[in-house]
Design a protein around this ligand. Structure first.
Ligand SMILES: [Zn+2]
Length: 268
C-alpha cells in the first residue's frame, strides 16, 4: 500500500518570506525532506495560470489560461485529480478561492470543500480544520489544500511586510494542524508544500525573480531526507511528481518531469 499524498499551496509565498517567517512545521519538512527554495513558476505569475500549470503538468502556452478567469481548454489536458479519478483514488480538495474549481473536472475529487473568501486569516483555519476533520474520517490517497490569505496580506500590506510574514506563520500553523490529523491515525503521508508565485510591492504577475521564484518542499517516507535538490524545478513538475508518488500513470500530455532525485527509489 502506497503512502498517501497531500500537497499544500500557500498563495504568494516567497522563499525569503518562508525563511523570514516563524514556520516550525515547514522547517521540519525541509529538515526531513528534499527541497528547493529556487523553483520557478510560469508567466504570467498569476494565481489561476500558475495553479493550472501545477495541477495539469503543462506550461501556460499549452493550457492557455492567462488570467484569473477560466476559459475551457482548446486542447484538453487531464489534471492530476482527473487521472486520480480514472484510477479510482479517493481524493479531497480543500480551498478558499472559488476560481480554483476549474483545476479539474467537477466530479474528479471525491470530496470538495470550498469556503469562498480568503480575505482574512481565520479563513485559512476554516480550510485547515475541514481538511483535518475529513482526514480523520476518510482514507484519502491524495489531498490538495489551498491557503489563500497570504496573497491577500501581500496585496493589502506589501510582500515581505510584517502582516504578510505573519500570514505565512499562520499558514504554517494550518499545515501543522492538517498533518496532525494523519499523525493521530498513525499514517505517514508524503507531503509537498509549494506556492503558486511570489510578489513584490503590492502585486505580482511579472517575470521578476521576486514574482517567479517559489519554494518546493517535499518530505515523507518515500522522500530522500536532508537534501537540497539540484534538479531545476518548474511548477508544472509538481503534477507528474505527485502522480508518480501516488502510483498513477503519467498522462502523455504532461510536459513536466518527475523530480526523481527526491525519491528513495525502492519505495516509489
Ligand atoms: Zn496566487
Amino acid at each position: 500500500m502506497l503512502n498517501p499524498v497531500i500537497f499544500f499551496s500557500i498563495d504568494g509565498m516567497r522563499p525569503d518570506g518562508l525563511t523570514a517567517a516563524k514556520t516550525p512545521c515547514i522547517d521540519r519538512l525541509i529538515a526531513n525532506g528534499s527541497w528547493s527554495l529556487s523553483a520557478r513558476t510560469v508567466m504570467p505569475s498569476v494565481t489561476l495560470p500558475c495553479h493550472t500549470s501545477m495541477h495539469r503538468g503543462v506550461d501556460v502556452p499549452r493550457h492557455g489560461i492567462t488570467t484569473n478567469t477560466f476559459q475551457p481548454l482548446a486542447r484538453p489536458v487531464p489534471s492530476l485529480f482527473d487521472v486520480a479519478k480514472a484510477n479510482q483514488l479517493t481524493t479531497g480538495m480543500f480551498f478558499n478561492w472559488g476560481e480554483l474549481r476549474d483545476l479539474m473536472a467537477p466530479d474528479s475529487p471525491s470530496i470538495v470543500y470550498l469556503h469562498n473568501d480568503p480575505s482574512y486569516a481565520e479563513s485559512d483555519w476554516i480550510i485547515a480544520r475541514s481538511a483535518a476533520d475529513h482526514i480523520r474520517r476518510i482514507d484519502f490517497d491524495l489531498v490538495f489544500v489551498y491557503l489563500g490569505y497570504t496573497d491577500i496580506a501581500g496585496h493589502d500590506h506589501g510582500w515581505m511586510s510584517e502582516p504578510y510574514i505573519d500570514a505565512i506563520s499562520n499558514a504554517d500553523a494550518c499545515v501543522s494542524h492538517v498533518l496532525s490529523a494523519y499523525a493521530e491515525r498513525g499514517i505517514e503521508p508524503n507531503v509537498l508544500v509549494v506556492s503558486d508565485h511570489g510578489g513584490h510591492g503590492r502585486s505580482h504577475g511579472t517575470e521578476m525573480d521576486e514574482d517567479m521564484t517559489i519554494p518546493w518542499v517535499l518530505a515523507g517516507p518515500s522522500i530522500v531526507p536532508r537534501q537540497e535538490l539540484k534538479t531545476p524545478i518548474r511548477i508544472f513538475d509538481t503534477c507528474p511528481t505527485l502522480a508518480s508518488l501516488a502510483g498513477l500513470p503519467l498522462a502523455k500530455e504532461w510536459e513536466g518531469k518527475v523530480i526523481s532525485e527526491a525519491f528513495i527509489s525502492s519505495k516509489v
